[in-house]
Design a protein around this ligand. Structure first.
Ligand SMILES: N[C@@H](CCC(=O)N[C@@H](CS)C(=O)NCC(=O)O)C(=O)O
Length: 206
């Protein structure tokens, strides 16, 4: 059975959502990053980059959420439920998945770290990463508007799954650059309404 190494953080939830969308059986192995379990020898043997998520599929360890979603789609998605089989649509979905790993992922990650820092906040960090999040959300808004789309690549895909857990948190805490954009909010609410997304967001059970 597939093994999922994960924790209660947005990157882990991308993978549990994809596994739920595909209806796959998997074993959840919690790696409590707050307790630094990602630095155990056992986990470093799975992911030398000491980060969740990671999976093991028939003895093969795979890490980086984007690579994991691509692997799951290529191997377990014959109907194109999370990655279209039509070449142009497929590449567009992959484009949005990469866009997340270079955009919303690192910028929101650093913004979150700056906000969580105890004591006086570093205003420069908040401005740089907050400003970049505003710009990135503007890009997403434009994609949804110009293409008159319900989802980034037209139909639901790994491109949406990659963004959702991160931006849903930002929406939940009332980040301006999300909640001031009704199209973006509508897109997040549409994704949230999917039963597989609801199940995936509850993993690991806490
Ligand atoms: N680019 C990675 C980022 C993964 C990541 O940042 N994971 C965080 C939790 S959301 C983590 O495990 N941090 C622990 C650490 O850096 O030691 C991916 O997309 O999988």
């Amino acid at each position: 059975m597939l093994k999922l190494y994960t924790w209660t953080t947005p990157n882990g939830r991308k993978v549990s959502i994809a596994l739920e969308e595909l209806g796959l059986d998997y074993e959840v192995i919690p790696v409590n990053t707050g307790e630094r379990e990602q630095f155990s020898d056992a986990f470093l043997a799975i992911n030398p980059n000491h980060k969740i998520p990671a999976i093991e599929d028939k003895g093969q360890a795979i890490w980086e959420s984007g690579a994991i979603l691509l692997h799951l789609a290529e191997k377990y998605d014959p109907e194109g439920r999370i990655l279209s089989k039509e070449p142009r649509k497929r590449m567009e979905a992959i484009q949005y998945a990469f866009f997340q790993t270079g955009g919303v992922g690192p910028n929101l990650g650093r913004l979150g770290a700056a906000l969580r820092k105890e004591g006086e906040k570093n205003q420069e960090m908040l401005e740089i990463f907050g400003g970049e999040m505003d710009r990135l959300c503007g890009v997403i808004d434009r994609v949804l508007e110009n293409g008159d789309r319900d989802y980034l690549a037209g139909e639901y895909s790994i491109g949406d799954i990659m963004h959702f857990p991160w931006l849903r948190i930002a929406q939940g805490i009332g980040a301006d650059w999300v909640i001031s954009r009704p199209r973006l909010v509508g897109w997040l609410d549409r994704i949230a309404a999917r039963p597989a997304v609801e199940r995936g967001m509850a993993i690991p059970a806490q």
